[in-house]
Design a protein around this ligand. Structure first.
Ligand SMILES: [Zn+2]
Length: 342
């Protein structure tokens, strides 16, 4: 970022609650999160980039669906959530706090501390045992991505895993267990994330969930035809249920077959613009997928977050709009989901 170019946008950026809704962590545990190291997101980079909050995910890769495989997936998710919770501490003169509610994320910003929001990616982490969802919630988890690459017991993925024997569709969307999982997620106050799901799964999840669904890291098909992106009719569903799509920094979702070096904040902002024009400013947000494959040339790591604000301010987004895009919309859905929980 160049501080001299856009001082107003920078000052504005520093004042916002900025939430990146999808950040992976190295596993097994990698470089120290409180040192400015090789991770794309660590606490010093969050500070430097004016990123006040992040959804850190316990990501479980899809594997064969044997009881042993499911137990291992659950054990990994729990270990990762415990690790994410342990990031709530003070070290190297930086304080981070686990923030598992909309109010806690806002309070962390007021208190000048970083907010860590634990989440889980891939419903495979529960196998077929719905009681495991409460274990995630007990560790602060605020969303569950229903699938990753590959179908699981809950739902079909947008990317079937041929190596695991997946056909194009296994359940035709959600399975009966998947429907029950969504009911349980609603009761627990865990958001339903449809990134990575098939289009049928997404549509059925929007219908089955009592609260708005979210896509925590996807882009739009109209600008880049990719299985992970949302078509116009999917965007319309997101709006109709009051949900949100968090445009993400994965180069291949932003421009067909692009490498990160070939993608800029302008390309990223084009996807945001498109979604905002299609479904309105209240249903769009920002995510990076850092340390999980996301980055591009002027958003290389969390230290560069202000570049996004500078580009959007240049395009005419005012403070209120930037607030919504940078987390306000996602936090609104989070609050709705909290209030609907038992
Ligand atoms: Zn993902």
């Amino acid at each position: 970022m160049n501080d001299s170019l856009a001082p107003d946008a920078l000052a504005l950026h520093r004042g916002l609650v900025t939430l990146d809704t999808h950040i992976d962590i190295p596993w097994p545990p990698g470089p120290e999160p409180f040192q400015d190291g090789p991770r794309k997101v660590d606490m010093p980079k969050m500070r430097r980039g004016g990123l006040s909050a992040g959804c850190f995910v316990a990501y479980v890769p899809q594997a064969a669906r044997s009881p042993a495989g499911e137990d291992a997936a659950f054990a990994r998710a729990i270990a990762m959530l415990d690790h994410i919770n342990a990031m709530g501490r003070t070290e190297n003169n930086i304080t981070a706090r686990v923030a598992s509610s909309a109010g806690a994320i806002e309070a962390a910003k007021r208190d000048g501390v970083l907010a860590i929001v634990p989440c889980v990616e891939n419903g495979f982490a529960i196998g077929t045992d719905l009681s495991r969802l409460a274990e995630f919630r007990a560790r602060g988890a605020r969303y569950l991505t229903l699938t990753h690459n590959g179908h699981n017991a809950l739902a079909d993925s947008c990317n079937p895993r041929r190596d695991l024997g997946d056909r194009d569709s296994e359940h035709g969307g959600l399975s009966p267990i998947g429907v029950r999982a969504i009911a349980e997620l609603n009761l627990l106050g865990i958001m339903v994330d449809v990134a990575h799901t098939s289009r049928d799964t997404m549509m059925q999840a929007a219908e089955a969930s009592r609260t708005p669904i979210v896509s925590t890291h996807s882009c739009v098909s109209a600008l880049c035809d990719h299985s992970r992106n949302m078509t116009d009719w999917q965007l319309d569903i997101v709006r109709d249920v009051g949900g949100v799509i968090q445009i993400t920094a994965v180069s291949a979702f932003l421009k067909p077959n692009a490498k990160p070096e070939d993608v800029s904040t302008a390309d990223f902002a084009d996807h945001l613009d498109y979604a905002v024009k299609r479904i309105g400013i209240d249903h769009v947000g920002i995510s990076s997928d850092f340390d999980g494959g996301g980055w591009f040339k002027d958003w290389k790591d969390a230290g560069d977050c202000a570049n996004i604000t500078i580009e959007l301010a240049r395009r005419g987004y005012d403070r209120g709009a930037l607030e919504k895009l940078w987390g306000g919309n996602f936090i609104r859905v989070m609050r709705v989901v909290e209030e609907a929980a038992r």
